[in-house]
Design a protein around this ligand. Structure first.
Ligand SMILES: [Ca+2]
Length: 124
């Protein structure tokens, strides 16, 4: 998803959104790989995960997900956010995991809030 500079603490987030998406949007897991220390893994069942604008369903139906399941939703203006606690500020490369199916959105906007501002990356 790109490399971003994250400030210390919890002011950063990775938000997977449904507005403008043309199919099901998947929230499964996020990994931050630091260029400074060890990586940060966040799963949708962790306390770092929150949703806004409506509930997301839980599924295991498409293999390849991280942890016990992933969450999905379609339409509306909903957001699933992963909020890391950054102990070592600096550059991190952001990776997202999601499983693939024909009903899935080709353009889900993922909004990354980092020390340099907010960057939106469309995800197929
Ligand atoms: Ca998961």
């Amino acid at each position: 998803m790109g490399t971003f500079t994250f400030a210390a603490g919890q002011s950063n987030s990775i938000a997977i959104k449904t507005d403008r998406a043309d199919g099901y949007v998947i929230a499964d897991a996020i990994r931050l790989v630091p260029h400074v220390a060890t990586s940060i893994e966040m799963d949708n069942l962790d306390p770092t995960f929150t949703t806004q604008g409506g509930s997301w369903g839980s599924s295991k139906s498409v293999a390849g997900y991280v942890g016990s399941d992933y969450q999905y939703v379609s339409g509306g203006n909903k957001t699933a956010s992963f909020t890391p606690t950054i102990l070592v500020p600096g550059e991190y490369e952001v990776f997202a995991n999601w499983t693939s199916a024909t009903s899935r959105a080709t353009n889900a906007p993922v909004e990354i809030v980092h020390a340099g501002g907010t960057t939106v990356v469309p995800v197929d």
